[in-house]
Design a protein around this ligand. Sequence first.
Ligand code: PMP
Length: 288
Amino acid sequence: GETSKTRTFVDGTWLDGNPGLIGPRSHAIWQGTSVFDGSRWFEGVAPDLDRHCARVNRSAEALGLKALVPAEEIARLTWEGLEGFDGSTAVYIRPMYWAEEGGFMGVPADPNSTRFLLCLYETPMQPPTKGLTLGVSPFRRPGPETMPTAAKAGCLYPNSGRAIMEAAGRGFDNALMLDPVGNVAETATSNIFLVAQGVVKTPTPNGCLLDGITRQRVIKLLREAGREVVECSLTVADFLAADEVFTTGNFSKVVPIARIEGRDYGAGEVWREAREAYWRFAGINASA
Ligand code: PMP
């Protein structure tokens, strides 16, 4: 929320709170050229921070912005800023780039106007006490011909937002989103996995879903633990027929799904195996 402790690195200094940074002519708010990343600091660890810092720079370049700050420097700044927080709480780590000026006709970004900030703010980790519910969204994920899906770009999120609003209006926690041809892509905010006869399956990154850093990590950890993990095309029917469904994302890590539309899932065990493997990888002793 607005009142949680926030520190932002911008223009060479750390600022507290939520200072104003952009003006009425800022390109980012008119034409939407902004990219960001999200990762977590909790229990003293920041799993895959290096990969999140590298991704925000790839996202910037995908939109024609300048990746002004090397990934290693974003990570160093993160640790510097985290010294202002006490370890009893979790922090959300949000680097971003945006364009201040437009180029030709004001539409493309002027790369020379790229700006960077790194925002750190307290946000507790959510215990996965009960699973989330998903409604199948009428709104789809765009393909790479339609939107810059290789970037974690702000402009992709109003579509996720309307999917969540539609699902919430029907009583669900989040939305299951399909790709342009009708296969399952991901939820509005996380990647999705199913378990059928002990085999873990997840949609192939086909340009219509974010190939999440937590997704890649969990696939690796499950395979190392001897689980079969398959990336393939999956339909809503595949998910409804599955024994278990779970999601991955930096914010909440591994979370079980309790229901998709009218289909309830019992207490699965693979999500817990994945979550515990993630916590071990992160170097945290306490189990999930
Ligand atoms: N899909 C979408 C649309 C997301 O916003 C996120 C969160 N970044 C994810 C998947 C999960 O990606 P990651 O594991 O890299 O956080």
